[in-house]
Design a protein around this ligand. Structure first.
Ligand SMILES: Nc1ncnc2c1ncn2[C@@H]1O[C@H](COP(=O)(O)OP(=O)(O)OP(=O)(O)O)[C@@H](O)[C@H]1O
Ligand SMILES: [Mg+2]
Length: 416
C-alpha cells in the first residue's frame, strides 16, 4: 500500500538501513515499510557503500559503532560522494554528543533504545526537509529559465534589428551583382562575336566601334573594383548573422545542467552579441579580455545569463543618463583577469550610478526602478544566485552616483 503524508508519495524515497544487529535492521525495515518507504538493509559500512554505488538512496540510517567502517566514517564518505541524508543511531550516549554528530553533517541523531514513533517522526522530518530543498531547487530552475526566456523575449526586437542590418546589405549587394553580371554577360557575348570574326579574319570597323561603345557603357574599371567589395561585404554580413544565430542558440539551449570547463571570454562575446542593440546607440564598448584566462568549470548557459543581465543593466543605466543629460555617448568596459585561484570579470559602465538609498536592495528579487516592460527586478537576484550559490563565486558592486557602476564577478578556479 502506498502511504501518503501531507501530499508526499513516500514510496519514491529509498532508505538504506545499516546496523550490525539483525533485530534492529528488521525492526527499522518493518517500521519504515509500514510507512510506505522503500528500504534495503546492510550489516556493515562496507556493504552499505557497495549498495550506495548500485542504487540511489535518499536517507541512510546508520548505527555508529559497527565492526569495520564506523557510522561516523561512513557518514563522511556518503556526504562527500552522494546526495543522501544521514541519520545516525547510537546506544553510547556519553561518547557522542548531538552537536558533534550534526557537526559532521548528519541530518539527525537517534539514541538507542528508540521507539518506532521516534524513528517515524525523525525520518519524516528529514523527508520534509528534502522535499523543501527539492522544491527550492525546482523553483530556482524555473525562475532562472523563465528569466532567461524573458530576457531573450525583451531583446528579440533588438536581435531582429541586428540581423536586419546585415540582411539589408547582403540583399543590396546581391542585386548589384545580379545587374553587373547581366551587363558582363552582354559584353561577353560581344567579345565572343568579335573573337569568332577575328578567327575568320573578318573584323570590320563597325564591329570594333560597337565593342568600344559596349565597353564604355559597362564601366569595367568600376565593376572590377566593386564586385570583390560587394562579395566581401556579403560574406561579412553572413558571418555577422551566423554569430548572432550562434549566440541565440547558446541562450535558447535548454539549460545544460552540467558544470563544464568553459572559456569565459567566449561567453562574454556571446552576451555582447546578444545585447548589442541595448547599448550600441548610447555607449561605446571597450573589451580587455585576458587571452591567457584559464578555463573555469561553470554552467555555460547560466554564466551567459549573468553577463547578459549585467550588460543590459549597463546599457539601460547609460541610456538613462544620456537621455537626461543629452550628453555624449557613455562607455561600457569589460575585462577579465585571473588572480590566485580566482577568475575576475569586471563590467563597468558610465551610467547613472546607484543611489545610496537603494544600494542594499538591488540584489533583492523583484526590486526594480525601471518602468513596466523594461525590467522586472529579477536580473541581479538570479545573477547573484547563479554566481554565489551555483558556482561558489562572489558578485560585488561598486558605484558612484552620477558617475557609473562596476560589477565584479569572482569565480573559483578548480573543481566546483
Ligand atoms: N549598472 C547599473 N547602473 C545603475 N543601476 C543599476 C545597474 N544595474 C542594476 N541597477 C539597479 O538595480 C535594479 C535591479 O536590477 P535588476 O537587473 O535586478 O532588475 P531590472 O534590470 O530592473 O529588471 P530585469 O533585470 O529583471 O529586467 C535596477 O532596476 C536598477 O535600479
Ligand atoms: Mg536587469
Amino acid at each position: 500500500m502506498v502511504q501518503k503524508h501531507s501530499g508526499v508519495d513516500k514510496s519514491r524515497f529509498h532508505i538504506l538501513i545499516v546496523d550490525d544487529e539483525e533485530p534492529i535492521q528488521k525492526l527499522l525495515k518493518r517500521t519504515l515499510n509500514s510507512q510506505g518507504f522503500q528500504t534495503r538493509t546492510a550489516s556493515n559500512g562496507k556493504q552499505a557503500l557497495t549498495y550506495l554505488k548500485e542504487e540511489s538512496f535518499d536517507i541512510v540510517i546508520s548505527d555508529i559503532a559497527m565492526p569495520g567502517i564506523s557510522g561516523i566514517e561512513l557518514t563522511k564518505k556518503i556526504l562527500s560522494a552522494y546526495s543522501a541524508d544521514v541519520i545516525l543511531m547510537t546506544g553510547m550516549i556519553s561518547q557522542y554528543h548531538y552537536d558533534e554528530i550534526i557537526g559532521i553533517g548528519a541530518s539527525d541523531f537517534i539514541q538507542k533504545p528508540f521507539t518506532t514513533e521516534e524513528i517515524i517522526l525523525r525520518t519524516n522530518r528529514v523527508i520534509r526537509e528534502r522535499c523543501l530543498k527539492e522544491e527550492q531547487i525546482h523553483m530556482h530552475n524555473q525562475l532562472a529559465q523563465a528569466q532567461k526566456l524573458e530576457s531573450i523575449g525583451q531583446l528579440s526586437a533588438g536581435i531582429a534589428h541586428e540581423i536586419n542590418t546585415p540582411i539589408q546589405y547582403i540583399s543590396d549587394n546581391t542585386f548589384f551583382l545580379k545587374d553587373v553580371i547581366s551587363d558582363l554577360n552582354l559584353l561577353m557575348e560581344k567579345f565572343l562575336h568579335l573573337f569568332k570574326a577575328a578567327k575568320m579574319g573578318s573584323i570590320d570597323a563597325v564591329m570594333l566601334e560597337q565593342m568600344e561603345t559596349a565597353l564604355d557603357k559597362t564601366d569595367l574599371e568600376y565593376i572590377q573594383k566593386e564586385i570583390p567589395q560587394a562579395i566581401d561585404q556579403a560574406i561579412e554580413g553572413i558571418d555577422r548573422i551566423k554569430d548572432i544565430i550562434q549566440a541565440m542558440k547558446v541562450f535558447s539551449h535548454p539549460g545544460q545542467k552540467e558544470h563544464v570547463p568553459i572559456d569565459l571570454n567566449q561567453c562574454l562575446q556571446t552576451a555582447i552579441t546578444i545585447s548589442k542593440n541595448e547599448w550600441k546607440n548610447t555607449a561605446d564598448l571597450s573589451v580587455n579580455l585576458d587571452p591567457a584566462l584559464p578555463q573555469v568549470v561553470c554552467n555555460p548557459g547560466e554564466m551567459n545569463q549573468v553577463f547578459l543581465n549585467l550588460l543590459v543593466n549597463a546599457g539601460h543605466a547609460i541610456s538613462q543618463k544620456v537621455a537626461s543629460q543629452t550628453g555624449d555617448k557613455g562607455n561600457i568596459r569589460i575585462s577579465t583577469t585571473s588572480t590566485q585561484g580566482w577568475v575576475e570579470i569586471k563590467i563597468s559602465d558610465t551610467g547613472t550610478g546607484i543611489p545610496e538609498a537603494i544600494k542594499t536592495q538591488i540584489f533583492d528579487p523583484f526590486f526594480t526602478t525601471k518602468d513596466l516592460g523594461k525590467g522586472t527586478g529579477q536580473g541581479l537576484a538570479i545573477s547573484r544566485s547563479i554566481v554565489e550559490e551555483r558556482h561558489q563565486g562572489k558578485i560585488k558592486m561598486e558605484t558612484r552616483e552620477g558617475k557609473g557602476t562596476t560589477f565584479i564577478i569572482l569565480l573559483p578556479l578548480g573543481k566546483i
